[in-house]
Design a protein around this ligand. Structure first.
Ligand code: GLC
Length: 741
């Protein structure tokens, strides 16, 4: 073997090598040894995190003297620093500090770094855990090759209110599905484990309850029973922790009057106590300092005292720790031991990441170049995007398009844009990447079909000046595909909307185009469930395509032309009006439940609106059809110590191959406290060829029967359970019962 090849193999092994496995006790010992050498100021420096000034992701009260502070050992971590050059610059400054403690670099790699994947709410609609894990793996590979050690993801906040802009960032309304997705993302980000140069630390956020902001208004107060907290909002956090998540981030909101950042119950009693979390907790941007605005802390010094005592280890951008902790220790208001615990948690992660062996091991120009130009990433992005699309309506099998359509009109303000397809939390990252618009995607697959185009109107404007041209273009076509919805900036952080209709005059444009009498397909592009009742009632074909990222146009064209049979299912309920919000599938029955349809007197409902949502949790159509039959329940009676299996036959009864997400719901018919009318407890995404059948099996044991009771004990209570199986929470095809003794 030539000398060159020996060297190149050695180099490859060096670059991709995972550090020799070290036991957690060795990291512990090394952290203790380093801690013993540190001054109080140096310890506090490790708890201080600054943002790069180039890409602020929050309001900055105070300019940072970054390089000088790093050299003085006053900074332990940076965020919003991207790329090998920038991370190297700051790391070199850290190496000039007295103890040469390396920096951690964190970034919001929420749905891709260089390659943009669908927004998380879209990816969740794929119900495909392998795909979600694979997308997170690619994101980690690309980000770590650019010097990033740590992503502020997965966001696992349960969301029941589509007015809240950050629903785009999570997995929707269900605890079980949210838990599976949280696990998939953590495994994807952390890969083979911390220390691998293609693994980044996950950061589970926002702990906790942020998605229940009153009124869907971002940063607003949260008030909920501990029963709801434990049964609905905490499960995805626990699933992420059990998957090995390295860090947590707390939340901006108060929970029952106490800011999450200073909430001892959340951080010390639950997370670090009951759950035995041994990583560290970073504040959300400035949230420590914000406890003064909340009216929970007198001033920054008081905020620092409250936060460190409650268990917030690292201070993102509020300067509370760096400015006040030293005086608080010296005046005896806090014990240095609190600081030692926080510092040690952070040092252990730096040891685990191998940064003391080589502070620059993630900053490698060649690896960066290779990682961000890997064509396989785009292939995956296209596949995940197609799986994320939800077919809401397809009357008379209008879709998929056929080659008979001689002329297709592409109409709407989101036809030709690539940038808007990236969605929130991606604009800025991977600036140089190309995003395939719908127009481009259709051009590549239209073959001899003539494509016409008209914008028709803007996304969020009152002008109808473009309607005339759009109508003329529509009249010249055989079928119209409309791309309407939100701009990327209408969802995400601080993007709550009180009115969640399709913005501007877009629905008026749909009406005008529909009036031409030509068949219309509407593509809804958004970061949240939208309201579009007229369109839902009158337009024959509707697809929810969210914001699908780099390969958006190609994926949508794959679905429109039937190269991929849509298989997505909604993970958030779509309401009929804002007046129904919050509306979700796993509601309690009440003492006066209303039947579907007109509201009888003295029943729980609105007398001016039916109680059902526009589209239910778990809903999504296919170009084929599926039949559920032959339900078998292995036992009619079980104890908490044993289990039963449920089996049924799923058949593809249509003419096209396709995938179905078969969903298992349970209802605990009598319980204290009462339990929801149904809860998702398992699902399987199954691909079947046309005409093919498969026996599907679910196992039911106490993990699916237990819940937190009024005393927050995890219990399973004897009694009758109803089991429901179907292709949506409101499309139950098989029903059965069993008793728990
Ligand atoms: C933001 C977000 C949080 C993000 C952090 C850093 O305010 O709330 O999710 O990770 O600041 O950008």
């Amino acid at each position: 073997m030539s000398k060159i090849s020996v060297i190149s193999i050695a180099l490859f092994l060096l670059l991709t090598a995972k550090l020799p496995a070290q036991s957690s006790s060795s990291f512990d010992a090394r952290a203790d040894a380093l801690l013993a050498k540190m001054t109080l100021e140096e310890k506090i420096g490790q708890l201080n995190q600054y943002s790069s000034p180039q890409e602020l992701t929050g309001p900055q009260e105070k300019k940072n003297n970054i390089l000088a502070d790093i050299q003085a050992g006053k900074v332990g971590s940076m965020l919003n620093v991207r790329g090998v050059d920038q991370t190297t610059l700051y790391q070199k400054a850290a190496m000039e500090s007295r103890l040469h403690i390396p920096l951690l670099f964190g970034l919001d790699v929420i749905h891709g770094y260089h390659t943009t994947f669908p927004i998380p709410l879209a990816e969740a609609s794929s119900w495909d855990m392998e795909a979600i894990e694979a997308a997170s793996r690619v994101a980690a590979t690309e980000a770590s090759a650019s010097g990033i050690h740590w992503t502020f993801a997965p966001m696992v906040d349960i969301a029941r209110d589509p007015r809240w802009g950050r629903v785009m960032e999570g997995a929707g309304e269900d605890p079980y599905l949210g838990s599976q997705i949280a696990k998939a993302r953590v495994l994807g980000f952390q890969g083979k484990g911390l220390g691998s140069t293609d693994a980044v630390m996950a950061c589970v956020k926002h702990f906790a309850g942020y998605g229940a902001a009153i009124g869907g208004r971002d940063y607003n107060s949260v008030d909920m029973s501990r029963n709801t907290l434990w049964n609905i909002y905490l499960p995805p956090f626990k699933a992420a922790l059990d998957a090995g998540a390295a860090t947590f981030m707390n939340a901006f909101n108060t929970l029952n009057g106490i800011p999450a950042t200073g909430n001892k119950y959340l951080l010390r009693d639950i997370l670090k106590g009951q759950w035995k979390f041994d990583g560290f907790v970073v504040s959300d941007w400035g949230s420590i300092g914000e406890m003064t605005a909340h009216g929970y802390a007198e001033d920054q010094a008081d905020a620092a005292k409250v936060a460190i005592a409650a268990g917030t280890d690292m201070d993102m951008e509020s300067h509370s720790y760096i400015d006040h902790l030293k005086a608080l220790v010296e005046s005896g208001q806090i014990k240095e031991g609190l600081i030692n615990d926080a510092v040690k948690r952070i040092l252990i992660k730096k040891f685990q990441m191998g940064l003391f062996e080589d502070p620059y091991r993630f900053s490698d120009k060649d690896r960066e170049k290779r990682a961000i130009s890997d064509p396989a990433a785009l292939v995956l992005a296209r596949s995940v995007a197609a799986k994320s699309i939800v077919l809401l309506k397809n009357e008379h099998h209008l879709l998929p398009l056929s080659s008979h359509e001689k002329t297709i009109a592409l109409i709407g303000p989101l036809v030709k844009t690539g940038r808007e397809m990236k969605g929130a939390w991606s604009i800025g990252w991977g600036k140089e990447e190309h995003v395939v618009s719908l127009y481009e995607g259709m051009q590549k697959q239209a073959g001899h079909t003539r494509l016409l185009y008209a914008k028709g109107c803007e996304v969020n404007d009152t002008s109808r000046a473009g309607f005339g041209e759009a109508i003329e273009v529509a009249k010249q076509s055989d079928i119209i595909v409309m791309a309407v919805g939100e701009n990327a900036g209408m969802s995400g952080e601080a993007r709550s909307r009180s009115n969640i209709h399709i913005p501007g005059v877009q629905e008026a444009l749909i009406k005008a185009i529909q009036a031409t009498g030509k068949p219309v397909v509407v593509l809804l592009m958004s970061g949240r469930p939208l309201l579009f009742n007229w369109t839902a009632d009158h337009v024959p074909a509707i697809l929810c395509t969210w914001f699908l990222g780099s390969e958006a146009g190609n994926a949508i064209a794959d679905v429109l032309y039937g190269k991929y049979n849509p298989s997505g299912k909604l993970t958030m309920t779509f309401p009929r009006t804002e007046g129904q919000i919050p509306i979700y599938y796993n509601y309690l029955n009440t003492g006066r439940p209303a039947p579907d349809g007109p509201l009888p007197s003295f029943r729980s409902g609105y007398f001016d609106l039916e109680k059902s949502p526009r589209y239910a949790f778990g809903y999504g159509l296919s170009y084929t059809t599926f039949e559920y039959r032959d339900l078998q329940i292995s036992k009619k009676n079980i104890t908490a110590e044993d289990s039963l299996t449920v089996s049924f036959t799923l058949k593809n009864t249509g003419a096209r191959d396709g995938a179905e997400v078969a969903q298992l719901y349970l209802r605990d018919l009598v319980a204290k406290p009462v339990r929801p009318v149904k809860e998702l407890k398992d699902f399987k995404k199954i691909f079947l060829k046309a005409g093919e059948s498969q026996t599907v099996i679910f196992k039911i044991g106490k993990d699916k029967l237990s819940f937190y009771d009024k005393d927050l004990n995890r219990v399973e209570q004897p009694g009758k359970f109803e089991l429901m199986i179907g292709g949506a929470s409101d499309e139950i095809r098989l029903r059965g019962y069993f008793d728990l003794h």
